[in-house]
Design a protein around this ligand. Structure first.
Ligand code: EPU
Length: 338
């Protein structure tokens, strides 16, 4: 199936619910059709281009004057197996949480803590989605897609993906140069449960001996209690990244604020909780017009209805400034702003 439209509204294609329009929109289910579409008309090379999954991590500041590509490749299939693992190839268009549900149903481990994260499977490796002590990079084996420069289908192995905290080669060097069409995951037949995130362990143990199913249920309970449902309230999950700062800055914050959460990060650095910083700066639950900070999770900015991308951006700028003034910490947006 392919679909091509001009002057196409993206309102239903971004979880913030911003009514931006794309000059051109192309959706495909078969990677071969993408290749034909792009090769047949070389003028696409002159257009700006973005790839859009479910639009759960994107904020459109304006209409998009270019080509939006929506990979809608379906399918979950087992491609290999050994004593401990199944390798499963999943189309980029599958809904992430439906894939987690599939894995848990067949008792395959490695992604249960990533339950209820919005978005598509194709988007998962781009920002290396993570939650409750798991990151998707731990189970990605290969990422397949279309290379716009070489004009051919190709693939990246795990070592080539340059995964880091909410980051990968697809978000940096290959941004809008490589269109992910499917991902191969290595799932475990005899999973080791990862319950090191405190609140999760409590919740799972309350349900009895841990199983993949009970972990999934517990994660869904925690997420639903803290994060808004994008079907009811427009948002894009965490709006900012948890900032990684020098150890010395973290130490001086600890002296002034007893409760500041500080986690160890790579290279002797420290990771702070952006949600905590924003809450302490007085923003939790604050609403300005149709935009606001969520009442239960300060890391999430919400659209109460009809907000433009620019309004959300301006509001986030105020939060950034106020956190910098109070703590000397520069927040970085996690959401992709177009
Ligand atoms: N906190 C506050 N106030 C808030 C929110 C958080 O004080 O409003 C404090 C909490 O008390 C806790 C610390 O900040 O001490 C961390 O909070 P939490 O464990 O809820 O996680 P987070 O750092 O806010 C990150 C991810 C989430 C992920 C959770 C759980 C990022 C940017 N966010 O949030 O991911 O679900 O951990 O693992 O890394 C997303 O990326 O969209 C997302 C939701």
């Amino acid at each position: 199936m392919i679909r091509f439209s001009e002057n196409y509204s993206l309102k239903a294609h971004n979880t913030f619910g911003v009514d931006a329009k794309a000059k051109f929109y192309f959706e495909f289910t078969d990677p071969a059709d993408l290749q034909i579409f792009l090769n047949e008309n070389q003028s696409w090379k002159e257009e700006r281009l973005i790839v859009l999954g479910e639009g759960s991590n994107i904020l459109f500041l304006n209409d998009f004057d270019g080509l939006v590509i929506h990979p809608n490749v379906p399918g979950i299939k087992t491609v290999d197996e050994d004593r401990n693992n199944y390798w499963v190839e999943v189309g980029a268009g599958e809904v992430w949480d439906e894939f987690v549900d599939f894995a848990v149903t067949y008792n395959l481990g490695g992604i249960e803590n990533l339950s209820l994260i919005p978005g598509t499977v194709g988007a998962a490796p781009v920002q290396n989605i993570g939650a409750y002590g798991q990151e998707v990079c731990a189970v990605v084996e290969k990422v397949k897609g279309y290379d716009l420069e070489k004009q051919q289908l190709s693939e990246y192995t795990i070592d080539e993906c340059r995964f880091a905290y909410r980051d990968s080669i697809f978000k940096s060097y290959l941004k809008n140069k490589f269109i992910i069409t499917s991902v191969v995951f290595r799932l475990e037949k005899f999973p080791e449960f990862n319950l090191k995130y405190g609140q999760l362990e409590e919740k799972v143990k309350a349900k009895g001996d841990p199983t993949l199913q009970s972990i999934r249920e517990a994660v869904i309970e925690i997420r639903s209690s803290k994060l808004p449902d994008v079907k009811e309230l427009g948002s894009a999950g965490s709006f900012f990244k948890n900032p990684v700062v020098d150890e010395s800055l973290a130490e001086s914050l600890k002296l002034n604020y007893e409760t500041v959460p500080v986690y160890a990060a790579q290279g002797g650095k420290a990771k702070l909780a952006a949600g905590w910083l924003i809450e302490q700066a007085g923003w939790k639950g604050v609403r300005e017009g149709v935009v606001g900070v969520h009442k239960d999770q300060a890391l999430v900015i919400v659209n109460y209805g009809g907000a433009t991308g620019k309004e959300v951006w301006d509001f986030s700028e105020k939060i950034k400034q106020s956190v910098f003034e109070k703590f000397g910490v520069e927040l970085e947006r996690e959401v992709n702003c177009i």
